[in-house]
Design a protein around this ligand. Structure first.
Ligand SMILES: Cc1ncc(COP(=O)(O)O)c(C=O)c1O
Length: 383
């Protein structure tokens, strides 16, 4: 094994790629000007910013004026959801989302509920899927926003975005927002074909840098700004642009999309190997559905505390994670696993392996072996 540790927490964050770091360093040193300054140094930065915007747009097959650079997924989701709600509240105050969204969506919606908005949280089935007919049934005359994630960050379920988009498109007052943070570079998503009005992407999940991201905002969509100021980014997100971070983000996006098919095939095969090994490991319950994103595998070790398993694996240089603690009613329970109807013993013992293009078969095999030993030992101690 090349590295002396095995990093399997890529849904939390990825290691920036060398090419991304190089682009960042170069742009930071050579184009340090403020893109809004009218002198030559500022104009150089502005030119680079424009070029990056054009490249990002071409990668997403949209127009440059539909790209809003942000600081990441949390900001993108907040700008989209609150921006639509506050701007269009006189058309209606109803929002539809699902129970398994990322906290940056769920809590933005809860914040809006406190301001008098009405939010429908759609249930998911045991595979973590939203039923398309439930979206249709929830749509109302006063619905202004439907926000559904592409790939779930805890269990990897992939929502039927195209079918949902087709439904929302029949309601001219409603906008469709997709949190694509876990899907970008892993699974294709055609923004136009899926009738998406707003789409969130985060740089650090795709071997880019933390503090970078994009919110796609369709040209005809108006948002209330959450950050007033210098009027940058179509006045949606004021603030001096992070030009070097943006250059690095675009590089990461290009690299991710260029290798998407290859990486998808590799990860799918690793996922199958891991799922088979987990199936034959005593005391392990797999939570990730068979049909799911290629990089995320969620499983439980009922009876064992996930933190204890994580730290025991860390002794062997293996890094995995537990569910995201946020948004659960009970501190030790995964809201996503509960929403999928898992029993409490399973929902409190969830663990997540998330792979990247760098993950190898040897790493996965070593992990499975160590997981088996660690869980056996921990169970013995408890006897
Ligand atoms: C599905 C999803 N949405 C949004 C976010 C937030 O992204 P960021 O960390 O860039 O704020 C995450 C991060 O884990 C995520 O997994």
């Amino acid at each position: 094994m090349e590295a002396n540790f095995i990093y399997l927490d890529n849904s939390a964050t990825t290691k920036p790629s060398d090419q991304v770091l190089e682009s960042f360093t170069k742009a930071s040193a050579q184009y340090f000007g403020n893109a809004s300054s009218i002198h030559g140094i500022g104009m150089d930065a502005d030119r680079l910013l424009r070029k990056s915007r054009e490249q990002a747009a071409s990668l997403l097959q949209v127009s440059p004026n539909e790209i809003v650079f942000t600081s990441g997924g949390t900001e993108g989701n907040n700008i989209a959801i609150k921006g639509i709600a506050l701007e269009h509240q006189n058309r209606g105050k109803h929002i539809i989302t699902s129970t398994i969204e990322h906290p940056s969506v769920l809590e933005a919606c809860q914040g809006l509920e406190a301001l008098g908005f009405d939010v429908t949280y759609l249930d998911v089935d045991e595979s973590g899927l939203v039923d398309v007919s439930s979206v249709k049934a929830a749509m109302r005359d006063d619905t202004i926003l439907v926000s559904i994630m592409h790939v779930n960050n805890e269990i990897g379920s992939v929502q039927p975005i195209k079918q949902i988009g087709e439904i929302v498109a029949n309601y001219p007052k409603a906008f469709f927002h997709v949190d694509h943070v876990q899907g970008f570079g892993k699974l294709p998503l055609n923004l136009d074909e899926c009738h998406i009005d707003l789409c969130t992407i985060s740089g650090h999940k795709i071997h880019g840098l933390k503090g970078t991201g994009i919110l796609f905002v369709k040209h005809n969509v108006k948002l209330f700004s959450l950050a007033h100021g210098g009027g940058q980014e179509r006045k949606i997100r004021s603030g001096t642009e992070n030009v070097a971070g943006i250059v690095a983000l675009v590089k990461a996006m290009r690299l991710a999309l260029e290798s998407q098919d290859e990486v998808n095939a590799k990860l799918t095969s690793l996922k199958h190997i891991l799922m088979e090994q987990l199936q034959s490991t005593e005391g392990i319950v797999i939570n990730t559905p068979e049909q799911s994103a290629p990089h995320i595998i969620n499983f439980s070790a009922p009876g064992l505390k996930p933190e204890v398993v994580i730290h025991a694996l860390e002794e062997f240089g293996i890094y995995i994670s537990t569910k995201s603690a946020c948004s659960s009613k009970s501190a030790d329970e995964s809201a996503v696993l509960i929403a999928c109807g898992k029993e409490r013993a399973v929902a409190i013992s969830g663990l997540r392996v998330s792979m990247s293009k760098e993950t190898t078969r040897e790493e996965i095999e070593y992990f499975s072996q160590q997981l088996q030993e660690v869980t056996e030992k921990l169970r013995e101690v408890m006897r």
